[in-house]
Write a protein that binds this ligand. Structure first.
Ligand code: ATP
Length: 441
């Protein structure tokens, strides 16, 4: 089932996942804010990425470079010259289009005549310091990659790294996109999760393939349906100015197959350019082989917002339970914004409330858990299903006598009675295994 984007947008708003930015002023086009649950979800996506590409490997280092850089960076990287979209305007209705998006010669909206294509640079220009003159112009970075390239020697030497090794970074990027849209799919401010992996020339094709496989698997491991994921090779005419080859990992979004992540073989383009422009030696000396070279670079570049959106869409399900619609976000436990919700069956019984609050407090020491008594139990379950909470704990009248609570699983709606003593360990076990654990006996 492919869910319509409108359903996702409305669920996101209703449940505090994603809000329209500056909404009280009527918003600003295609700009979104992550709400209390969205910030958790996106953080979990970024953490899963960092764990997989930094912690679980012995050939990676992390970095957090600044958004503003010396503008010479953008001269060297080619972005000042080539980071452009060809645009055409309709002479009649004045609408503006990306040339790449047009099938016909006339305006798609009114059929009017179009202007010649003009280049439009996608970088946001800004000024540093008190004077707004050409000497103080700089740009908001359109990719995080350049912060990695200019730190290549620092990281390699200070961390005593031998090639092959890579640098990972998560951070904001900015592009003055002509056609933003499709919710958080294409925005002007977004977060990237980028890797620059430095290899010996000649081994680049092999490393390229390895990273394609590795990154494809990451989405599957986090629960994306295999049928909704595919690879698409770029034709040579489509390649970015720096790329030797490039493949996109695409996801079947509601608007069709679209890029989730690009993996490019950037050759030695960037390091060579920066070496030339900065007049610094950015080559690598291989001690063992007594060889000096400029490394090739494989770049898996993912969007944190696009990945988050894909996980949301892929997890969305509607079911009929006893004639009623049940909406579930079947997110993998690692990604779920809230891991456990503790719910009292009766909110006017102080002993039940106290027991529930105390369990929630214990859970909070380990992960994101909530206490909620703002509705009837049926509604509370539905609310938690909709935001993908894997487990609910219900404290009822009997719990006070037998010191047991009910644990309910989101996907199967199965319920088990578990002693209050040890319920925290029990839930942690279930979360780690990704399923309801049967208690012995
Ligand atoms: P597109 O063709 O969709 O504009 P791109 O090929 O320009 O993307 P890259 O430069 O390869 O994108 O950027 C790497 C990743 O960064 C993309 O795969 C995507 O996940 C993310 N990304 C790029 N532009 C945006 C944007 N405007 N909004 C949200 N995410 C983006």
């Amino acid at each position: 089932m492919t869910v319509e984007m409108d359903k996702i947008v409305s669920l996101c708003k209703r449940r505090g996942i994603i809000f329209q930015n500056s909404e009280i002023y009527g918003g600003i086009g295609n700009t979104w804010d992550y709400g209390p649950l969205g910030v958790e979800l996106k953080k979990n996506v970024k953490d899963a990425w960092w764990k997989s590409v930094v912690y679980e490997r012995d050939d990676m280092e992390g970095l957090d470079a600044a958004i503003l850089m010396n503008p010479a960076t953008w001269q060297a990287s080619g972005h000042l010259e080539s980071f452009t979209d060809p645009l055409v305007d309709c002479k009649k209705c004045k609408h503006r289009f990306r040339l790449d998006d047009l099938d016909s010669k006339g305006c798609p909206d009114c059929g009017g005549e179009l202007t010649e294509a003009r280049s439009f640079n996608l970088m946001f220009k800004t000024f540093v310091g008190p004077v707004e003159d050409s000497a103080s112009v700089t740009y908001l970075r359109p990719e995080t990659a350049q912060g990695i390239f200019v730190n290549f020697v620092n990281v390699q030497q200070m961390m005593r790294r031998k090639i092959p090794f890579g640098i990972a970074q998560i951070g904001k990027s900015f592009r003055n996109e002509i056609t933003p849209g499709n919710f958080t799919f294409r925005t002007r401010e977004f977060e990237q999760m980028e890797i620059e992996f430095f290899v010996k020339p000649g081994t680049d094709e092999e490393w390229y393939q390895r990273w394609v496989d590795e990154r494809f698997r990451w989405y599957l491991d986090l629960g994306i349906n295999r049928d909704n994921l595919r690879l698409r090779d770029h034709a040579s005419t489509e390649l970015a100015h720096y790329a030797k080859s490039c493949v996109d990992i695409e996801y079947l979004f509601p608007m069709g197959w679209s890029e989730l992540e690009g993996i490019a073989n950037r050759s030695d383009f960037d390091l060579r350019q920066h070496a030339e422009h900065s007049r610094k030696d950015l080559s690598y000396f291989d001690e063992a082989a007594k060889e000096k070279y400029i490394p090739y670079v494989i770049e898996p570049s993912a969007g944190a917002d696009r990945a988050t959106l894909a996980f949301l869409i892929d997890a969305y399900r509607e079911e009929k339970v006893k004639g009623e619609k049940r909406v579930i976000l079947g997110l993998q436990h690692r990604l779920a914004p809230i891991k456990v919700a503790v719910l009292p069956l009766l909110r006017n019984r102080p002993d039940i409330v106290e027991a529930a609050r105390s369990i929630a407090a214990d859970l909070r020491l380990r992960y994101k858990a909530v206490y909620d008594d703002t509705a009837s139990i049926g509604r509370l379950y539905r609310r938690q299903d909709e935001i993908g909470t894997p487990y609910c704990v219900t404290v009822d009248v009997q719990s006070i006598d037998d010191r047991q609570v009910t644990v309910r699983e989101r996907d199967s709606m199965r319920q088990v009675r578990v002693p209050i003593e040890g319920v925290v360990d029990y839930l942690t076990d279930c979360l780690n295994r990704g399923e309801l654990v049967d208690l012995a006996g």
